[in-house]
Design a protein around this ligand. Structure first.
Ligand code: PLP
Ligand code: SF4
Length: 455
């Protein structure tokens, strides 16, 4: 029927396509006073909720405060599981009211946002014997405290150790956040003498063109600190690119709307960079499509209007985003908000989060289901940051992968052509035969040696 616009759409020219269900779910963002579902925020109006100072002041850092905010919403058994879970965790507790409001407290056990920040003793699994506190050996490649120089032309600068939230799975749990019962941290403060040492090192290393300013988190830096870091780096002639890394865009988007001094500092550095033909961008960290709300959209619009590129990197997390449909929704929603999906990381081999790690083959499957869904430049690379400091590798590029033992072996000729970098799938995802092999400690070294010999 020529008058039916839909049938025409599908028969334009010689291209006849099967009609597909129209899929625009990624454009449907949470709006309205969704936070009023939380007992403590019942009377909070939009203006207050969008005030970044109110968000910071009401951020939750202790379980008793969390329980006071939620009141009757969750059960005593849940409270108990959180307290026990935190006692065994490497990361301290910190949540913004925004994130608390996005969690479905009717079903917190299976909520993908809750899983990222609040450990439950009932779901924790025993660590793989090959997990480490600093799995990437960042401190071994560190010429100055808080600066990792692993790649030829780029460095990672950890400005300080605070974030607006603390993720259970943080790969920098050796330093980021407050001490926990499990981990006494290598504290990295925003000390200006240490920053001066970092700047001196960069001035003396003309091969460095690219600085990742991370942490810790750019949202935890004051406006004048953003300007200091930005201007100092822009003044070093060979530095061509910098990225301000922040989880804040995902967990505290209102800061971009209401902290004008901070926003102007960032936009000012980006603008000055453009005049100098240098690239100043923001890298952020959305893990699940539900973290994007209508507030996020307004925040991203403001950033886009300022001409600042935002890219996303996240971790593939079991029970959070290890599902092809969720990943596709995340990727399309981010593209819709002008955030470019950049990396999805295989979970690092860190302690205390075995229940969040996925098998490498799961990550490969999700990559296959994601690629081809939307614009290629909005499709992330799925990478593994190889344990032991081999750097990032495409998850499909292993030399050897044994699905029974869960051991995969990677090569990184840029780093060291002879070295082999080994990753281990979570034991509970292995077939019974593989689980039995890992149950015998005496076999472990041999399993690894066998895998390396086949690579
Ligand atoms: C990831 C990383 C970088 C940046 O790498 P890109 O692939 O360019 O995003 C720089 N330094 C270190 C130590 C890193 O881990
Ligand atoms: S925001 Fe980033 S650095 Fe901070 S705790 Fe989370 S993963 Fe770690």
């Amino acid at each position: 029927m020529a008058s039916d616009p839909h049938s025409r759409l599908h028969t334009v020219g010689t291209l006849v396509r099967k009609s597909r269900p129209v899929d625009i779910g990624h454009r449907q963002l949470l709006e309205g006073p969704f936070w009023q579902r939380i007992p403590a925020y019942r009377d909070v109006d939009a203006e207050t909720f969008e005030d970044h100072l109110w968000q910071s002041k009401h951020s939750i850092t202790r379980t008793d405060k969390l329980f006071a905010a939620l009141r009757e919403l969750v059960s005593d058994a849940f409270y108990k599981a959180v307290e026990e879970g935190l006692a065994r965790s490497s990361m301290s507790l910190r949540l913004t009211p925004y994130i608390v409001s996005l969690i479905d407290w009717e079903h917190p056990e299976r909520d993908p946002i809750r899983r990222q920040f609040l450990p439950l003793s009932t779901e924790q699994l025993r660590d793989h014997p090959r997990t480490y506190l600093d799995a990437l050996h960042e401190r071994a490649h560190s010429p100055v405290e808080g600066l990792t120089h692993r790649y030829a032309d780029k460095v990672l600068f950890i400005t300080q150790d605070r974030c607006p939230v603390y993720c259970r799975y943080c790969t920098r749990s050796y330093a980021v956040g407050l001490d926990t019962e499990q981990v006494g941290k290598a504290h990295i403060n925003a000390r200006s003498e240490r920053w001066d040492q970092v700047f001196d090192y960069l001035r003396q290393h003309p091969e460095v063109e690219d600085v990742v300013i991370s942490g810790g988190d750019t949202f935890s830096l004051r406006a004048e600190q953003i300007r200091l870091i930005g201007d100092t780096l822009l003044d070093i002639p060979h530095i061509r690119r910098m990225r301000f890394a922040t989880k804040g865009v995902a967990v505290l988007p209102m800061k971009l709307l209401t902290d004008h001094e901070w926003f102007d500092a960032l936009a000012g550095v980006a603008q000055r960079g453009r005049k100098l033909h240098k690239d100043v961008v923001v890298h952020t960290h959305f893990s699940h499509p539900s973290e994007c709300s209508e507030i996020t959209q307004r925040a991203m619009n403001r950033v886009f209007e300022a001409g600042i590129t935002v890219r996303n990197q996240c971790v593939l997390l079991r029970g959070v985003n290890d599902d092809a449909e969720i990943m596709r929704l995340l990727v399309r929603r981010l593209g819709y908000l002008n955030v470019q999906p950049y990396y999805v990381f295989q979970h690092d081999m860190v302690r205390g989060v075995e229940d969040l790690r996925t098998a490498l083959r799961t990550t490969q499957e999700i990559e296959k289901s994601t690629r081809g869904h939307t614009a290629g430049f909005n499709t992330p690379m799925f990478v593994i940051d190889t344990p032991g400091g081999g750097g990032k590798r495409d998850v499909h590029s292993y030399e050897h992968y044994n699905h029974v033992t869960g051991i995969s072996v990677f090569r990184s000729p840029n780093m060291d052509d002879k070295a082999r970098y080994v990753h281990f799938d979570p034991i509970d995802t292995l077939p019974e035969e593989g689980q039995a092999l890992w149950a015998d400690h005496a076999l472990h070294d041999q399993l690894v040696a066998d895998a390396i010999s086949k690579s």
